[in-house]
Design a protein around this ligand. Structure first.
Ligand SMILES: *[C@@H]1O[C@H](CO)[C@@H](O)[C@H](O)[C@H]1NC(C)=O
Length: 339
């Protein structure tokens, strides 16, 4: 009784251990390793195709060449260049399957010229054909030619992994990627095809592509008498939205507050010509604010041993021989009188 129990236990471990490890394999990674192996193999084929024996073309050499073409020597040369020494996954897969490459090379190549299909899909079974997924290579939703109806990606597509569920592209949703997301409308649709286009920026939901097809207007937009959504000019509606020394800039669906030009004290637009009044150190001249040159307006501004240096909105008094440590600045002429 005890004995048969332990035999059962033992046999079930032996039975299920390999099966269990199959299911924990990362087929996505294995498939991409396999794809790289095959790509490298094809490159190796190309590289060795033109190999000749000293450049001659004698009959003997021709014969020798065609012998080389199918030779074990050529296969070995290709296999040697297949993996970088640093790639564990590649070397592991190659070591485990060297026999398969030999079999293909000597016995299958003619009947099964597509190495990827023969090796990765049919022999070691880590990949599936395009549009198929999972351990048994099931067909993706929407069919293998147009997974997810061309509007998304099928989970595990082309590998032995994944569950075949669609993750839809922007604008599409639903199990089949045939429905349109919020902010999109259906421009074309039948059982197997769907084209969703983006709503006009003024719309909150729509039935077509213009501002006249909105279900509702988005924040910052309002319906005009014809029913189209048009921008609300927040700046004219409520002029006090921005701080002192800022102006309001209306944009489609919104607005922003921008700093006034430094030459302004308060403004209604960009640049010095939109000042309400001029900032200290600037004067109104031909309806724009320009710098006051304190140095020329008052030649006695600085002390005898200093010279005057005008700057935008201000000035310096500098001692010629010394550096800036000895200079004085003025934010405005009035302030300078204190120095
Ligand atoms: C669905 O529409 C597409 C695009 O217009 C078309 O190519 C396809 O044949 C249509 N299919 C059916 C079943 O009507």
């Amino acid at each position: 009784m005890i004995r048969s129990n332990s035999i059962f236990l033992l046999s079930s471990i032996i039975l299920f251990l390999p099966l269990g490890s199959v299911y924990t394999k990362d087929f996505n990674a294995l498939c991409s390793t396999c794809r790289q192996l095959v790509d490298k193999f094809d490159k190796g084929l190309e590289k060795t195709a033109k190999q000749n024996f000293g450049g001659g073309n004698t009959e003997w050499e021709e014969r020798k060449l065609s012998k080389y073409e199918l030779s074990e020597i050529r296969l070995t040369e290709i296999l040697e260049g297949l993996c970088d020494s640093s790639s564990f996954e590649c070397n592991h897969m190659l070591e485990e399957n060297e026999e398969h490459f030999e079999t293909w090379w000597f016995k299958r190549k003619t009947k099964h010229p597509d190495l990827f299909k023969w090796f990765c899909i049919e022999t070691i079974k880590v990949c599936c054909p395009k549009g198929l997924f999972g351990l048994d290579c099931n067909t993706c939703i929407g069919g293998a030619d147009k997974p997810c109806h061309g509007n998304g990606k099928c989970d595990g597509d082309g590998t032995r992994s994944g569950n075949g569920k669609c993750s839809c592209d922007k604008g599409y949703e639903g199990e089949f990627c045939l429905d349109c997301s919020d902010g999109y409308f259906s421009a074309l649709r039948n059982d197997t095809f769907s084209l969703c286009k983006e709503c006009h920026e003024s719309c909150d939901g729509c039935t077509g592509g213009t501002n006249q097809d909105c279900k509702e207007c988005r924040n910052g937009w309002e319906k005009d008498p014809e029913g189209a959504c048009i921008d609300i000019n927040e700046c004219t509606k409520d002029p006090a939205t921005c701080k002192d020394n800022q102006y309001c800039l209306n944009t489609d669906g919104s607005f922003s507050c921008k700093e006034c030009d430094i030459r302004c004290s308060g403004c209604k637009g960009p640049g010095a010509s939109y000042c309400l009044t001029c900032a200290d150190g600037f004067k109104d001249e031909e309806s724009t604010c320009t710098d006051i040159n304190e140095c020329t307006e008052d030649p006695a501004l600085c002390k005898d041993n200093q010279y005057c240096l005008n700057t935008d909105g201000s000035f310096y008094c500098k001692v010629p021989a010394f550096d800036s440590e000895d200079s004085q600045t003025g934010d405005s002429p009035e302030k300078h009188e204190d120095l």
